[in-house]
Design a protein around this ligand. Structure first.
Ligand SMILES: C[S@@+](CC[C@H](N)C(=O)[O-])C[C@H]1O[C@@H](n2cnc3c(N)ncnc32)[C@H](O)[C@@H]1O
Length: 263
């Protein structure tokens, strides 16, 4: 059997089988390009989590309609995917409750929601169906490959990164998503004037976000005097945020814009 090598930064490469069958026939591919494509430090930890019967059912029925496997092999036509709606990319939607709420509150905006978490993908598809939300598409795989290989330049009207994994240990800081390199890639995919909205309950990560975003030439702070933004009313409480608040954490929102630049 042909094998690819799955390179992990913290251990020896683990063998993975190429062309593995999806766990849910018709559902997301078990091993999208993100996990074997290249040697790179990842901002997520692959996990094989339990999927409920309802989530599995949603994955099988709805993935062919609203799902997207991140294979890194084609450039997406967002206009066709979303019928011409402006499109916001949400990276790391978790279980997707907040994503569904935002999609319901703003049906005139398409949300391309990406995560590697299978139960969450099933949950969000189920929420979209039950609430009649036709403006959500769910992508499976690494957001970096989606941004780099599959989204055209200046194609996004916004980018949301809510409560990205904080990777609190110093030796894991390199796994944090919000880094200068990521911002350069994200800026290239955002339309001029589009907003990057980050939120975190992890104070040291908030400080890092503020520092790298403020220093990045492709972004400007929407706050006239710099610093964090007041929590926008449109951002629902997310699951991860609730857990942080229960622990007494303070939440910070950061709203930065890709500048309009010269006309
Ligand atoms: C801490 S959880 C937060 C989930 C949700 N936003 C919330 O607030 O409840 C972060 C999520 O980001 C996902 N994630 C991290 N890096 C990712 C990447 N490069 N591509 C896709 N998903 C990613 C993880 O799988 C995880 O589900």
């Amino acid at each position: 059997m042909s094998e690819l090598r799955n390179h992990t930064p913290d251990g020896p490469p683990a063998p993975i089988r190429a062309g593995r069958e999806p766990r849910f026939p018709g559902g997301p591919v078990a091993d999208p390009a993100g996990s074997h494509h290249e040697r790179r430090i990842r901002s997520f930890q692959p996990r094989r989590s339990r999927v409920t019967a309802g989530q599995g059912d949603a994955l099988q029925r709805l993935w062919p309609v609203w799902g997207l496997d991140i294979d890194g092999l084609r450039v997406l036509d967002l206009e066709e995917m979303f019928g011409g709606l402006p499109v916001v990319l949400e990276i790391g939607f978790g279980m997707g409750e907040a994503t569904a709420q935002m999609a319901a509150a703003d049906p005139g905006t398409g949300i391309l929601a990406v995560d590697v978490h299978t139960p969450g993908q099933g949950n969000l598809l189920g929420l979209a169906e039950r609430n009649g939300l036709s403006n959500i598409r769910v992508a499976n795989g690494d957001a970096i490959i989606l941004l780099r290989e599959m989204l055209p330049p200046r194609s996004l009207d916004g980018l949301r990164v809510f409560f990205p994994d904080p990777w609190p240990k110093k030796r894991h800081h390199k796994r944090r998503l919000i880094q200068p390199e990521f911002l350069t890639l994200a800026a290239a995919r955002l339309k001029p004037g589009a907003i990057l909205h980050c939120a975190t309950d992890w104070e040291p990560y908030a400080e890092q976000m503020l520092e790298v975003l403020s220093a990045h030439p492709d972004f400007e702070n929407t706050q006239e005097h710099g610093g964090y933004a007041p929590r926008p009313a449109f951002r629902p409480l997310t699951r991860f945020e609730g857990q942080g608040l229960d622990k007494g954490h303070k939440v910070h929102d950061l709203l930065f814009r890709r500048p309009l630049g010269p006309a």
